[in-house]
Design a protein around this ligand. Sequence first.
Ligand code: KG4
Ligand code: ZN
Length: 387
Amino acid sequence: MAGAASATGAEAKIPRFTGGPPSVRVHLRGLTAPLHLANICSMQKKTINILGIETSCDETAAAVVADGRQVKSSIIASQTKLHEKYGGVVPEIASRAHIEKIYPVIAEALEQAGMDKDDIDAIAVANQPGLTIALVVGVTAAKTLAFVWEKPLIAINHLHAHLQSAMLSEKTLRLPAVALIVSGGHTCLYDCESPLELELLGSTIDDAAGEAFDKVANILRLPYPGGPSIEKLAKRGNPNAIDFPRSMLGRDSLDFSFSGIKTAVLYYCHGQDMKGENKVDSMSEREIADIAASFQAAVIDVLVKKTQRAAERIGAKTALLGGGVAANAVLRAALHVMCEASVPPRKLLVAPRPYCTDNAVMVASLGHHKFKAGLFADLALEPKASG
Ligand code: KG4
Ligand code: ZN
């Protein structure tokens, strides 16, 4: 199993301590910094409070989660307004905004939780995958606080954290479980044995599902982020109006490809030779709504069929859905129908809407599992673009 446990390369399993509060020297680029392990002894404590930090893309977020599931606070500073006019995330702008917001957001998360540093048992931070110059802000803040507050540091894979959002309400998973993560940067299917044991079954070979929503919204002159704009307009359109291609990549593939459908929408709006103007400017709202609805239906069709294919392959009793695109009501409903129609029916666990798009609750919640497993990072932790 390729799990989060081995994701960072900078983490080590630290044994549980039952004696007095020992201390170790943590090596940091040739320097040694003292890290008291008294906090690690708090694994024996009744409630474990994890501070989660998320800066992988365009949300600066911090949250405190107790025992992996009780959300004590969740603060998100969204940068949508800053990126809107560019039709997508501009990494340098994102990074600068994270620098401005990171400490106020963390302070607010602690305040909302009614806690201070002494109540926090560990700091979990998303260090991969994402925009490196955005991730580095959260990682630096987390390392600084871990050092100054003398708390353990936990490295979190952002994608695995998205999946954790779908598990917030469940203590035990009925296995086998198939998981679909659909976000702006990734589209992945996993065989999920536990929050820390995920086997990748398939992923996109080109655009991610959310990326396709964003790019098609751009073609249709709809506001950024594209997913919510397309979903809203699609409600007034006919999903059967245009037969956009559904790329299945062969009978057995569990991979995805969404660049073909994006190009099909582009050709539909500009003409096959791409010489014409974007006809969207002269289309009626009904015509644009038909494109939005037909595009959305085609993408969801592929997502659901591939999830079903994966579920059948592993004999899944449970299906999980997470990531920004999981906020889409049509996708949620279609997966529900697929799970109900299975014999026997599969249990569907969907991330609550506030925890579909990027947030720090999912980071803190997954941090709890790593804390319990004794999987800690050291102060040399680095951000990584890929995951
Ligand atoms: O998970 P997320 O917040 O960030 C990444 O990790 O990428 O996902 C953002 C993506 C964007 O592409 C956005 O357009 C899409 O999720 N999204 C949606 C919806 N809400 C957000 N896509 C379809 N329907 C939605 N309602
Ligand atoms: Zn995300």
